[in-house]
Design a protein around this ligand. Structure first.
Ligand SMILES: [Zn+2]
Length: 257
């Protein structure tokens, strides 16, 4: 019963923080501040009242339309809120200690906006990566200081594990990027954002896991590209965002395998 209560509280927290993540996903790639201006409709600019801002509920009551201009509000908003709540609860079921729980929930809070922004804009903002970095550093420090496996991400308790993890997969991508630069000049083969993301995730989960994440992400992205080519959603030359596949692979491998 106590557990059920904790999960309900986490789900509510997830919905509220998911609502904040929507602001991050919309504003950070547009270089807008997070706190100001206050929440407003993206079409008509009307300031939103607290009643318009209740996670999921407002979107359903307003039938996905702005109360003031009747413009459609993307289903992305309630989906991000529900996804955050769901991942909070799922992640909590895997955590064995308070440290694990805190670090895992923090990781979820960064992975969702990174995946969404990369998917929509083909960038991973440095601001978000910089804010994410302390999570990996804290995880490494707590791990090394306490000499026990406090984070469910780790595959070993060696102090070198986070360092090796940080360079293992990112190093491979960096070499590929260098080679691409050498062969094609300015054309970017692999985004620097993906490399930085792999540094942080690698520090969190160790070398073995992050190499498995990279391999799985390459396979996932390859299959997705073929499917999109067949469905003619994308052309041969179109960009694809790699970040979401890295994140999907990371979450599944680290938490569920
Ligand atoms: Zn409006």
């Amino acid at each position: 019963m106590q557990n059920v209560l904790i999960y309900v509280i986490l789900a509510v927290f997830g919905l509220v923080l998911g609502s904040f993540l929507n602001v991050v996903i919309y504003r950070v790639p547009r270089k807008e501040g997070l706190a100001f201006p206050a929440s407003h409709c993206a079409s008509c600019g009307h300031k939103l009242s607290p009643l318009d801002l209740i996670p999921v509920f407002s979107w359903i009551v307003l039938r996905g339309k702005c109360r003031y201009c009747k413009e459609k509000i993307s289903i992305r908003y309630p989906l991000v809120e529900l996804l955050t709540a769901a991942l909070f609860v799922l992640t909590a079921t895997r955590a064995g200690s308070v440290w694990e729980l805190v670090l895992s929930l923090a990781t979820v809070l960064f992975l969702i906006p990174i995946a969404a922004i990369d998917f929509g804009h083909y960038i991973i903002p440095n601001k978000i990566l910089l804010a994410f970095l302390p999570v990996a550093v804290t995880s490494a420090v707590v791990q090394v200081v306490s000499q026990e496996q406090v984070s469910l991400f780790y595959d070993s308790t060696s102090p070198f594990s986070p360092l090796l993890g940080a360079v293992a997969a990112s190093g491979i991508l960096f070499l590929i990027a260098l080679l691409g630069f050498y062969l094609h000049g300015r054309e970017e083969v692999m985004g620097m954002g993906d490399i930085k993301l792999l540094v942080i995730l690698g520090a969190l989960c160790g070398a073995k896991n992050i190499l498995l994440v990279l391999l799985s992400a390459v396979i996932l992205a390859g299959v997705a590209s073929i499917v999109m080519l067949v469905l003619r959603k994308k052309g041969r030359k179109d960009k694809i965002a790699f970040g979401p596949y890295i994140i999907l692979a990371f979450y599944v491998i680290v938490y569920w395998l």
